[in-house]
Design a protein. Structure first.
Length: 370
């Protein structure tokens, strides 16, 4: 005689219940027979209790930068210890993308909680675990920037500081991106590469430059003097740290990079865009001034769309940049702004109104330079 649902062992019934995600379906299952109710109802309740405790532990650790951080961190540590004392297996519980309590604590800078999670009394947490993006606890600590937590994790002897996530981002690159110079120094002492690129070719310097981390850029450029960092590296799309800083408008970073021998202010990427083109398009006046001051940029360079720095600035009505470029007396105004401005918006009805004063400025320049 074939086995029925009611004749299955208790363990197998619990496995089946784990596969049922709908609360309604679970209720229907337990109410269908007294045996199923007696086996599954206590099991489902215990499972929910575990899930709630897991959520509580993660949420207790997750909150960063509390206004009363010292007392809050102390309270958070107590909560974590109580939960772990009740159920030690919670120490490595994961959220939906695989993050553990230790990862949250490391990123949030909660030293006492990290110490608790690493202790044998309450754990120890598995420091080798990674989330679904292959990011390690050291990666999170580097992002958070707490030097004491970084040292605690490295002291376990179980972590490779050079290990990257699924995009090739190392803890050092993560620290550079966030501007955490002390963490960068510590990782260098561990023998990491300060110039290791991501899968897209983004070096720590590129990431720091793009985020405007002036101190981190200064630190990395000092390493370029003995060849450990390439100040003019390129991504797979051909972008350099200078181009990225120029695009984002980080004038302080641009100034630092331009002072370094070997940094080309007029490189082109895959789209044939130069640093001047991308910063003119965005309207970053101070960066445009810095690039023009080098005397080494092509004012009329064209990208693969045939657009010059002036054309991009005019198209997006960056009037101060247009005036600055025209003041050089060396730019070509061989376009009709009315035609050029068409297609600025993806929605025709939302096309920006043409700045007539800009039209007059360009027409006056054309007359004077005819």
């Amino acid at each position: 005689m074939a086995p029925t649902l009611l004749s299955l062992p208790s363990k197998l019934l619990q496995v089946i219940a784990d596969q049922v995600s709908s609360e309604h379906d679970l209720r229907s299952l337990t109410q269908s027979h007294p045996r199923l109710d007696s086996i599954l109802t206590p099991y489902i309740k215990a499972r929910k209790d575990r899930e709630e405790r897991s959520k509580l532990l993660i949420s207790a650790i997750k909150v960063p930068n509390h206004p009363n951080s010292a007392s809050f961190c102390s309270e958070m540590t107590v909560i974590a210890r109580l939960l772990l004392a009740y159920k030690r297996s919670l120490v490595d519980i994961r959220d939906g993308i695989g993050r553990t309590p230790l990862m949250f604590a490391a990123e949030g800078g909660h030293e006492a909680v990290v110490h608790t999670l690493l202790s044998k009394k309450y754990g120890p947490a598995d420091v080798t675990l990674r989330n679904c993006k292959d990011q390690s606890v050291l990666w999170y600590a580097a992002k958070g920037g707490n030097i004491i937590i970084m040292q605690m994790l490295l002291d376990t002897g179980k972590l490779d500081p050079n290990t990257a996530d699924d995009e090739g981002l190392t803890p050092f690159a993560c620290a550079a991106s966030e501007g955490h110079c002390e963490v960068m120094q510590l990782l260098l002492l561990e023998g990491v590469s300060p110039d290791c690129p991501t899968d897209q070719g983004k070096t720590p310097l590129f990431l720091a430059a793009g985020n405007g981390r002036e101190e981190a850029v200064k630190y990395l450029l000092a390493l370029s003097r003995d060849g450990r960092v390439d100040p003019d590296s390129r991504t797979v799309s051909g972008a350099t740290p200078l181009r990225e800083a120029a695009r984002k408008g980080h004038a302080g970073v641009v100034q630092q990079l331009l002072a370094v021998e070997g940094v080309n202010p007029d490189t082109t990427d895959r789209q044939h865009s130069t640093p001047l083109i991308v910063t003119a398009l965005q309207g970053h006046v101070e960066v445009v001034k810095l690039l023009l001051a080098t005397g080494r940029v092509q004012l009329n360079a064209r990208d693969n769309k045939g657009m010059t720095p002036l054309m991009w600035a005019a198209k997006f009505q960056r009037t101060p940049v247009v005036e600055l470029l025209l003041s050089t007396g060396q730019v070509q105004v061989d376009f009709d702004l009315r035609e050029l401005s068409k297609g600025t918006s993806l929605i025709k009805s939302r096309e920006p109104r043409l700045d007539e004063s800009l039209v007059k400025i360009l027409n006056a320049y054309k007359r004077d330079n005819a």
